[in-house]
Design a protein around this ligand. Sequence first.
Ligand code: ADP
Ligand code: MG
Length: 396
Amino acid sequence: MGLRRIEDADVNGKRVLVRVDFNVPMKDGVVTDATRLMSALPTISHLKSAGAKVILLAHFGRPKGQRVAEASLMPVVAPLADMLAAPVEFADDCVGPAAKAAIDALEAGGVLLLENTRFHAGEETNDPDFAAELAKLGDLFVNDAFSAAHRAHGSTAGIADLLPAYAGLAMQRELDHLSQALRDPKRPVIAIVGGAKVSTKIALLENLVTKVDKLFVGGAMANTFLAAQGHDVGKSLYEDDFADTARTIMEAARNHGCEMILPEDLVCAREFKPNPETSTVPVDAIPADMMALDCGPATVDGLADSIDACRTLIWNGPLGAFETPPFDTSTVEAAKYAGARARENNLIAVAGGGDTVAALNQAGASSDFTFISTAGGAFLEWMEGKTLPGVEAVTD
Ligand code: ADP
Ligand code: MG
């Protein structure tokens, strides 16, 4: 892949517009999780020391083209300055005179954050005039926001057509790891896909069966596959309408030599609440009045063996209703197992997805994984094999 890498650009004295992902969790105007700020530091530091004027562009929340006080990026300034141990300037608009004046006043090596790009309607519509207003402010563009790369917006795609455009270090790290896992992996490769619905992950499953050696399906999604195989899934969450889709995916797996693995046993309950009475049953014995809420221990053992047989793991989606104990058990056990294999350097383990990341954190396994994507939608679309506009824009 011909990524244009920012290290290869001469940025000394240049005005460099850097698209970052600062869509951080915030409560009462205070950043509650600075992970996303942290991932922007390598690119910012690189540009600072290379003598660039570093001008940060980001969106926050969904102000829908209006100036909304609660969606201001102002609260990001102080924590970012702390982490950089350097001043961070702020301009209260991302285009126009306020932005221009702040950039003119910025010294080489200085850092300036521009206000929320989504205060302008042209951001999300990728309006050419808005992109041109942005592009006027800089000499170079760097996209370091992989998590926003699936959207063709003014500050992710439009601007990249108007300025020399490069991938930042966080974007590169993300793409390098995802490519290593899916495009050029150490084989065999196993994918674990879980979550609630097949309907949200059809494209993902369709792509994975053509690429990986083993595909484990867990979570409520597995119920749809089990039902399609003729099992009675009782009161479990499943999608009747997607039985044909499930059969098509199983067929495609067979055609591509991908071993499809479904749960052997399930943990069932009559009520979906914390710590109800549960029964662990084989998949062909789900009681009619119960719902399957987690994979059982035999399934986890089998999955561990499958992981052992592989060199690369790609994981998206929890294996059960992990937010409600004890239905986090199989997800936590499998995460710990994979984490330990990765820690011993026996496995390249890559994961992504909003709930997946939460579940891996809950299992205490995140730091053992080789790479965890901070992107939700962009991670999925990339794994689906789609071309992401924000990546396309920085690729030759
Ligand atoms: P991600 O955000 O990582 O892509 P998803 O959003 O697809 O993951 O799926 C996560 C959701 O799936 C969680 O809320 C989890 O509770 C739910 N889920 C998984 N297995 C089951 C199950 N057996 N029954 C009900 N919900 C489940
Ligand atoms: Mg989710």
